[in-house]
Design a protein around this ligand. Structure first.
Ligand code: P6P
Length: 333
């Protein structure tokens, strides 16, 4: 079968008028950057890149060496292309401006360079998540306010999953498409056209150790799943928790499921655990484009009006019927 590369896929999207030349360039630059991250991640202990970097990120979390490496790779890859007005990263407090000696473009790129990095030292899959917005500024340096657009304004979103194979999953608003890295050729090959989340599922993903901290609707929902066929759901459910959002979301894209990081007493004061701008929003766009749903439990994630660049939100996303049930339980509470 003829193998279609990411480049060819993007050229065809541009030819169909779905993306601009600059957005195509942006996605290709991000794809090249995640290939470099994949090379570093796959070396593991051989490259001396495991362990702590000895610094903390903007969230006050200890950075892994690979967090810093992945962040640098993405910033440096995207500075010179002329397609971006600015960038924002989980690892950096402030908006990252384009150096003065490079031209600016019309897009804003946001990313979590290495999501799930606590799994790095135990050799479990991690990922990169990215989101693309249009810059509202004409020429002037974007500010934090320029980034604070609802997730429905995203023009593209995607993630790289550094698993047994490295995959890039992408949406530009016309379905969700998956590409697998052919390491010998260095090309992303189009292997998963029009990925869709099954409406029904038998699998849920949540960090169950937080159960006592959850709000009542989530406690009710998860208790019913755990009661299985003896309970009100009348069937058994399975549970998975990778503690790497990209890996959990990817599994849901492939075989269905519901992923929950709800508000709990531990993270309530921060508004949630996961970040809105470069975790929840891009994953919400992908899941909705694949026929699923993404909510805080009370509101559609893509409709939230961001207040801060690094703000956190509760996340309930995946198979439509299950997300709708969780939302219904919140309404009944
Ligand atoms: P916990 C990784 O740190 C992350 O941001 C997500 O990728 C993941 O789903 C979640 O946090 C794991 O959180 O509390 O289970 O370690």
């Amino acid at each position: 079968m003829r193998r279609v590369t990411l480049t060819q896929f993007l050229i065809e999207q541009q030819r169909a008028g779905r993306i601009s030349a600059d957005l195509r360039l942006l996605i290709e630059v991000v794809a090249r950057a995640v290939k470099a991250i994949s090379v570093n991640v796959s070396k593991g202990a051989l490259a001396g890149v495991l362990g702590e970097a000895g610094t903390d990120n903007v969230q006050g979390e200890a950075q892994k060496k690979l967090d810093v490496i992945a962040n640098e790779i993405l910033l440096q890859a995207n500075e010179w292309g002329g397609h971006l007005a600015a960038m924002a990263s989980e690892e950096v407090e402030e908006v990252h401006q384009i150096p003065f000696d490079y031209p600016k473009g019309g897009y804003l790129l946001l990313f979590d360079p290495l999501d799930g990095s606590s799994n790095i030292d135990v050799n479990i899959s991690v990922g990169t998540i990215f989101s693309v917005l249009r810059s509202p500024t004409e020429g002037a340096d974007p500010t934090e306010q320029s980034f604070l657009q609802p997730g429905r304004e995203q023009v593209a979103a995607g993630y790289a999953l550094y698993g047994p194979s490295t995959m890039l999953v992408l949406t530009v608003g016309k379905g969700v498409h998956g590409f697998t890295l052919d390491r010998e050729m260095g090309s992303f090959i189009y292997t998963h056209p029009y990925m869709t989340v099954p409406v029904e599922t038998g699998e849920f993903a949540i960090n169950a150790s937080n159960e006592r901290f959850w709000e009542a609707p989530v406690q009710r929902y998860v208790a019913e799943l755990r009661q299985g066929k003896e309970g009100p759901r009348g069937r058994d459910f399975n549970m998975r928790w990778v503690a790497s959002m990209v890996a959990d979301v990817h599994r849901i894209l492939i075989r269905g499921g519901i992923f929950m990081y709800p508000l709990d007493e531990k993270c309530r004061s921060k508004g949630g655990k996961l970040r809105l701008m470069y975790e929840a929003n891009p994953m919400a766009m992908i899941i909705e484009q694949a026929g699923g749903a993404a909510s805080t439990g009370r509101e559609r994630i893509l409709d939230l009006q961001p207040q801060k660049l690094h703000q956190r939100v509760p996340v309930v996303l995946g198979s439509l019927n299950e997300v709708e049930r969780v939302v219904a339980y919140h309404r009944e509470a």
